[in-house]
Design a binder for this molecule. Sequence first.
Ligand SMILES: Cc1cc2nc3c(=O)[nH]c(=O)nc-3n(C[C@H](O)[C@H](O)[C@H](O)COP(=O)(O)OP(=O)(O)OC[C@H]3O[C@@H](n4cnc5c(N)ncnc54)[C@H](O)[C@@H]3O)c2cc1C
Length: 417
Amino acid sequence: MMRYSAFSVFLQGLTGNKGWASAWGSPTPKSHYDVIIVGGGGHGLSTAYYLAKTFGFRNVAVLEKGYVGSGNVGRNTTIIRSNYLLPGNNPFYELSLKLWEGLEQDFNFNAMVSQRGVLNLYHSDGQRDDYARRGNAMRLHGVDAELLDREQVRKMVPFMDFDNARFPIQGGLLQRRGGTVRHDAVAWGYARGAASRGVDVIQHCEVTGIKRDGYRVIGVETSRGFIGCDKLALATAGNSSVVADLAGIRLPIESHVLQAFVSEGLKPFIDTVVTFGVGHFYISQSDKGGLVFGGDIDGYNSYAQRGNLAMVEHVAEAGVSMIPALARVRTLRSWGGIMDMSMDGSPIIDRTHLDNLYLNAGWCYGGFKATPASGYCFAHLIARNEPQETARAFRLDRFERGYAIDERGAGPMPNLH
Ligand SMILES: Cc1cc2nc3c(=O)[nH]c(=O)nc-3n(C[C@H](O)[C@H](O)[C@H](O)COP(=O)(O)OP(=O)(O)OC[C@H]3O[C@@H](n4cnc5c(N)ncnc54)[C@H](O)[C@@H]3O)c2cc1C
């Protein structure tokens, strides 16, 4: 595999850019693999990458029904952060942020990791106390957090409506190490990194059945024929319940649509990520100049990758009440992705009751930031049959055992997390 460097860009420039090799190939599926990963999204590809790189597996396939980047990994609003309150979540997301910090050097791909900060606004005394508590919990875990007052926030984002809004801004919780990453480059970087270590990344290969012998999986039926495996790992995000059902497993997950929006290109306007504290609205600006923003999930179960106008109106309303100037901005495009909403809003990285079937699911609308740690921890579980330290709490049976990780405090209501 060709290594990317400033020198290779220079050299290719001199020779008409004709020497670039494909980032990954189009292998024909073998009849058997040590590990098959279903789902070529961020989590499936990062799992394959760490399985090969860290745990020395070579005979691995990633089966993707569409193309790499066609799922949520290429549909999200690119935000990364580790500003979590609960001990079950916080160390895991901090591990992820640390992996993001060295990722581009690690997989030799420009993923445009930009630590431009994530600022959560607060609008009342109660909310300030809540954010102070979260910030303190973060700092106790060694994670950076700063509680800003109104004037400090005004300095950072002066264009917001501080005084006349229905919910005046009082301040914010800032994580400076949070930010954005170019989402599809993450999928490409992991696919290339995995393929260069011998993993077969097989696109347009849908898993249609899971074949078992008692409590063991022996392989998968696919649109390209039967493929045998020693271990099967599911990382299909919004389609998790459908794919787990192929093995007769009913998951505590509902699928919902989440929409995102991009405006026309504007001059640099917002140099951080800001989230509204009284509605679910968040915004950043891409390097091309488009404002990237989104809000709540649509709130009904669906496998459609597009949403409804009611949520478009809701998002526009929240956006304009936070930044009145947005009313003059034209939206260029919008799209939707299917969210695997778990009952407590936290993910599952665990074994199942089948001996060699592993599950990675329940990422809700926050799984992009988890991509590196999710892949690393899932690879650890698959390789060693033991959970990685920071992912110990993400057990499938926590719902029946009463150990929910309810970061939002919304109870067993997937549409509210
Ligand atoms: C609009 C939107 C905004 C978001 N914003 C953020 C954000 O700012 N920050 C953040 O952290 N998270 C965000 N998320 C959530 C995040 O994108 C997801 O949680 C995460 O990408 C899910 O993991 P993944 O990348 O592996 O999923 P995907 O990319 O969806 O990968 C799953 C793959 O499985 C494949 N698959 C499904 N069934 C089969 C089958 N039978 N056979 C073979 N392959 C199959 C699918 O085609 C898909 O490619 C957002 C999501 C959306 C939709």
